[in-house]
Structure formats: C-alpha cells, structure tokens
Design a protein around this ligand. Structure first.
Ligand SMILES: [Cu+2]
Length: 722
C-alpha cells in the first residue's frame, strides 16, 4: 500500500471516508458522513460478556470513553482517541478458561487506550465491567519515546481539507491548468530520516500529496500532481510546509478507470461459486466451530482479524473420547511494511507501516456478498472507537465460509495392482475460510485464514487494487535514457508505477499441544555413501537442530540448504514417540528486505531482513515496528526484541512470519492489478498418529455432487471397476 486517500463511503456506516488519504469523494460531500459518525451513539445498556476475547461492544466502547474523559489523570483537552483495543487477558487464566469449557471463571476485561492530549501520547489501562457497562481508568502513563500512535480517520480528513485554502497550492493547481474541484489529496506519513532533536521529533506531521481525481476516473491515484508536497502539523491542524519543486504533465484520465463501463456493477452471474444449502459451521458470538476445529474470531482496529484459541478436537488415542488440543493461541497481522524504491524528494519517505500508521481494521470495509465472499457466507460486524471515542460500526467486516466443491482433492489413491480390479478412493477437499479485506489507500489486501480438515491452517495474502504511480514527462520507454533509473515501469503515458515491497508480518503464538514449545530446523544434508556394498554414491538425510535462543531461530528462507521449520512440543509425543509439532511451510512470496542496514526505513522495520523469527511470549510484544509506528526510529520492535537473544527452547514461544513481495510493476497491473497471492501453511507434523482425515473424528465431507443424475454418492466412496 501506499498512500492512503480517503474517502470511500459507507452509506450507513459512519466510517468516515477513509483511506489513508482522505479524499475520494469531494470533501464537502463527506461532511454529512462525518456528522453522522459524530452523532452515532449507542445506548450504554447492560452487556453480556460472551467471551473474554470478544471485541468491545458499542456499550463497552462508550463506557471506556466516558471513563477516560472523566479521569483526572489526563486533564488536557482536546483529547483524541487513537487506539482502543483489548488488553490481552492473562494467558494462563485464559487458557484455563478455555480448557474448562468457558466455565464460570471471570476473566478481567481491560482496554488499552492510546490518546493524544496536550501534545503528548497517553496510555491508559481501563477496567471494563461487561455486566454493568461501566469502566474505570486503572493506570496511566505518558509515552516519552519516539513515535506517535495510529492516525485517526478524522484527522486525515481534516488534513486533506486544508490544501484548497492554501494560496500557494491554489496557484500550483491553476498553473497546471487543473480545476481545483477535481483535486483530492491524501495523507502520507513522513517516516523518520535521522535526527534526534526532540523538538523536531515531537512534531506530529504528515505530508499531503494531491491527485486529479474528478469525475473522469474512479482511479484516485492515477493522476498525481507530481512535484507538489504539503506538510501538515496534525496537532495544530495547519499547513507548515509547502513545496512545488517540479512540474510534470498530469497523466490523462483515459484508460485509468477500472470499473465495468465506468460504473460499478454487480459481479457477473456465475462468477462466484454458490455454497450448497446449509452451512457446515457454527458461530456462537465470535466462537467458530467447524469439523474438528474451534477458534475465536476477534477484531482489532490496528490488526484487523485476530484468530485466538484455535484448537482441534481429536478423537485419536483416547478411545473415542474427544480431546481438545491447542494449536494457535493467537494469530494476527502485526504489520504491513511497504517501502517504495524511489529516492526522489516526493517519494523517498513513502515507506508505509500500514497497521501501525493507518490501522488495518480502520481500513477494512464492508465485504460484498456474492463477490468478496460466496453466497451462504456468514458475516461479522466490527466496532471501533472513533477519534472522539464513540463507537463506529463496520458492517460485514469479516466473512466466514466453507470452501467446498472447488475441485481440489484432499487425498486420493488409485490402486491398479490387483488383478482384474481397479480401486479408486478420492476425498474432495473442504475447508473453512475467515476473510477480511483491507483497502489501505490504493492497495487492497485480501487476508484469509483457511482451516482444513487435514489439521492445516493456510494463511494467504492476496494483493490487488491500484498501483501508486508517479508523474513523468515520458510517454514511451525509448525516451528514457539507458543511464537513467526510472525507479519503476512506464505503464501509461506520463505514468511510472514505482518499484516497492510488501512485507506482511504475522504474529503467530503457536501453542502446539500446550504452551511449552521449541523451534526445530530440519535441514536437508547431502551425505557421501562410502564404504557400503551398493554402488550409490550419495543420499540426503536430515540434520535436526533445536533453537536455543532467538538468534538461532532467525531464518532467511532464501539462504542455505532447504529445511523444514517446525514448532514442536517436547513434552508431547505420538504413539511412535515423535514430538508433536506443526510445520510452517512457505507458500510463495518469500522476499526479504534488501535495503541497506543503515537506511532509515530499514532501521524502522529491521525485522524484514529475516522472514522467520521466534521470540519468547511477552504480552507487550505484539507490534513488529513497536507500539508507536508513526515516525518510529527503530528503537523498539521485533528486530530489537529478537536481538536480545533470549532462550526459546522449551518455552512459550511466538513465531513471526513475514510474507514478502518485491513488486516490479508490469503494464497488466494498470489501471487495476489482478490478484497476486502468497502466504504460508501451518501443517501438522507428527501431531496426529496418522492422516487425521481417517481418524473418524470428523465425518467425511458432505456430498456435493451427484453422478449421472442418480442419488447422491458418498464422496469417500470406493469405486470398483474393471
Ligand atoms: Cu505492490
């Protein structure tokens, strides 16, 4: 992603327009939405606490807001809410709660609030009573280090409303022959490029870049007013810097629209598979049960979807008694780092931390039934705190659906060895998908958690949306001197799509059959076959290494010999004596950052040099670039934590996995980019005693097809023929 513009409207959902850059819809037209958002309030009635990990309800958010505003600890006004999220419950208590089938234990419910007031960032811990919808502040601290909290949507909209009233900008627009009514701007974080002067670092500023985004195209980003940069002080909400450095032709609108015939239309009939009648899954509040899986789907305004307490009910080894076996205590996207590779003045700072600077949950929009998710999908709404602390609803933010009948095979075998008999056994694949789509400005990230009957969890990121493009004088590639690095691809006249990376970092607190786990690297090692009686000269075998410390567990997936990476429980073994484990298997997109170590964006996201890291569980270590990502300096975060070299053997450990893409744009990516996917699979490895599909714990997938119009055939049939 790149810049975020904002706007987008949700007719009934007061999510202020959005995107990082506010503005796709004329600003005046957005005002009613902002007012609706401000006015939206929810009655603070009694709330039943369904699950300790449930996101805060509107009533709870309202109570949290009231408690913060009533607290004498932060008297300064105005006070703005930048983050309100669930303070993670005590892990042993929560595990006990889950193991006792959610019995009567009371898990304290607390909110972490990050607010700005008096020019400072405040952290407040707020105790929330789900029964009475009351809340009280129990601790307060002022953040003294580098960095600022997530930008609110409201302040981004306020910022992008400033340029049309700034005379030098009006003059620049006029000089380019552009109608100001067609100009919309977007907010870009400034990053950090050295300097420790506190007076500089304390300024919470963003840059604004502007685009010709009038009625001629829905492509907000395709027509940049290249060369013009504005700087806005967010705390003063005033333009404090302006530069019109260079003028390039504004790319033409023709060919930039991505809508069918220029209008958003319904998905083509038959384009999306229908689900058969009836769902094979059950959702109680935020708890999802499907096949042998059980997990909690939560929501966070920074991370988006949060998967917790994922476990498998396993009937094996227990004489048919189902046993709940934990796999993933907590999984979520910790950060999305998107650095662009153009050092020009208007581009060098475009090094986005989408989760920390913009908030993935804030930029997730309602999913489109029948297009984003198949018919029959279930939808979960999300609520987050607006800048004023009031709850804002995001309808249809997450969908859950079964993927069946897609033509994939879970396992099969044809046995042709018997005389006069051919035995074929086929089991079609079925899985359950939890999906959120984050439209972080120009880019769209489709974020899937797919649970499989094989015991796997497949995690996929699909990139689509609009490229971030740069205005140029060139209209044909032959005009670009061979000596010049264009920093991108000429995708249209006067339009260069700039090189960039996407690094999506997952926090995966795996608890494989319990909390005490180790990280194992099984490396393929070539061995010479000397001194035996056969003519074979070599073979490969496995060298098993258990990581002792965090350093041992830092893996560059593209370096060295091939290896299997596992998280195992040394205290839990199969009947055969193998340690129960889960593998992490890359599924494409294994790029790591190649920026210089001393480059400032690299220092802020130093963890992106290794795709895999392991840390001991620490409640405070959730956000890969640190809590305060905006203008962070790299003094906090995953790179720093995992450099402490703590012990990770037979400990409660967290696996961090970064899905990485070096994105060289091609013309087919313009004006809208066909989906590109990458991810990884968490796959059982000696977790079960045999193929779990055969263990009988879950029934065979329901029949989805009929043969020759006859009765439904069992899918796991044995077909015998000559
Ligand atoms: Cu890209």
């Amino acid at each position: 992603m790149d810049g975020r513009s904002a706007s987008s409207f949700h007719s009934f959902q007061p999510r202020l327009a959005t995107s990082r850059w506010p503005a796709r819809m004329p600003l005046l037209a957005m005002l009613p939405l902002i007012l609706v958002a401000a006015l939206l309030s929810f009655a603070a009635g009694p709330v039943a606490c369904a699950h300790p990990l449930d996101p805060f309800s509107p009533a709870e958010l309202t109570a949290i807001r009231a408690a913060v505003l009533a607290s004498p600890l932060v008297p300064a006004r105005p006070l703005t809410f930048h983050y309100v999220g669930l303070d993670d419950p005590d892990k042993p208590a929560l595990i006990s709660y889950a193991n006792n089938n959610n019995a009567s234990a009371i898990i304290p419910r607390r909110a972490l609030v990050i607010a700005r007031a008096g020019g400072e960032s405040h952290e407040l811990l707020v105790s929330v009573s789900g029964f009475s919808s009351s809340a009280s502040v129990i601790s307060h601290a002022v953040h003294r280090g580098a960095g600022f909290p997530t930008l609110t949507l409201e302040e981004q909209f306020a910022a992008v409303a400033l340029p049309p009233r700034h005379p030098p900008f009006v003059e620049s627009v006029r000089a380019r022959g552009v109608d100001m009514d067609d100009v919309l701007c977007a907010v870009f974080p400034v990053g950090w490029f050295g300097g420790d002067d506190p007076s500089v670092r304390q300024r919470r500023v963003v840059k604004l870049l502007c685009f010709v985004a009038g009625a001629d195209t829905a492509n907000f980003y395709a027509r940049p007013i290249e060369g013009v940069t504005l700087v806005v002080d967010l705390d003063r909400m005033a333009i404090v810097g302006y530069r019109d450095r260079v003028e390039y032709p504004v790319p033409k609108a023709e060919g930039t629209d991505y809508r069918w015939a220029g209008h958003v239309g319904p998905p083509a009939p038959g384009a999306v598979g229908q689900q058969p009648e009836g769902r094979g899954f059950r959702i109680d509040g935020h708890l999802v049960r499907w096949a042998d899986w059980e997990f909690h789907v939560g929501f966070d305004m920074r991370a988006g979807t949060v998967i917790s307490l994922a476990s498998i009910h396993d009937a094996a080894l227990q004489g048919g008694t189902r046993r709940r076996r934990p796999v993933l205590y907590r999984g979520f996207v910790s950060e999305v780092f998107v650095p662009y590779m153009d050092p020009a003045e208007e581009w060098y700072y475009r090094t986005f931390l989408d989760a920390g600077e913009y908030g993935l949950g804030l930029w997730a929009f309602p999913l489109q039934p029948g297009a984003d998710c198949p018919h029959g999908a279930a939808y979960l709404d999300g609520y987050y705190a607006g800048q004023d602390g009031m709850p804002v609803q995001n309808k249809n933010m997450i969908c859950v659906f079964e993927r069946r009948g897609a033509g994939d095979v879970a396992w099969r075998h044809t046995e042709a060895g018997f005389p006069n008999r051919l035995i074929t056994e086929v089991w079609p694949d079925v899985s359950l998908v939890v999906r959120m789509v984050v439209s972080a400005g120009n880019y769209d990230y489709i974020l899937d958690w797919e649970f499989k009957t094989s015991g796997s969890i497949k995690v996929t990121v699909s990139l689509t949306g609009l490229l971030e493009v740069k205005g140029t004088g060139y209209t044909h590639k032959d005009q670009i001197p061979p000596s010049e690095d264009a920093h991108g691809t000429l995708v249209a006249e006067n339009t260069i799509a700039v090189y960039h990376d996407h690094f999506v970092t997952y926090h995966l607190d795996l608890d494989v059959d319990g909390t005490r786990n180790s990280f194992v690297k099984n490396t393929i090692t070539t061995t010479k076959n000397n001194g035996t009686t056969t003519p074979r000269k070599s073979y490969w075998t496995v060298r098993r290494e258990v990581a002792e410390t965090e350093t041992d567990a830092q893996i560059d997936l593209n370096a060295g010999a091939p290896a299997d990476l596992l998280v195992v429980n040394p205290g839990k073994r199969t009947r055969m004596g193998n340690e129960a484990g889960y593998r992490v298997i890359p599924d494409g997109a294994t790029a790591a950052s190649v920026m210089a170590d001393d480059d400032f964006p690299q220092r802020r996201a130093s963890y992106c040099k290794k795709q895999v890291r392991v840390t001991p569980y620490n409640k405070s270590e959730k956000w890969a670039p640190g809590v305060y990502a905006d203008q962070s300096t790299g003094d906090d975060g995953l790179g720093v934590w995992s450099g402490r070299d703590r012990s990770v053997r037979d400990e409660d450990i967290v696996l961090w996995y970064t899905v990485g893409v070096h994105h060289i744009p091609y013309q087919e990516d313009f004006p809208v980019m066909p989906t590109v996917s990458g991810g990884f699979e968490l796959r059982p490895a000696n977790f079960f005693d045999r193929n779990p599909l055969l263990l009988g714990a879950s029934p065979p997938p329901a029949t989805t097809s009929r043969r020759r119009g006859q009765q439904a055939a069992p899918v796991n049939c044995s077909c015998t023929g000559g």
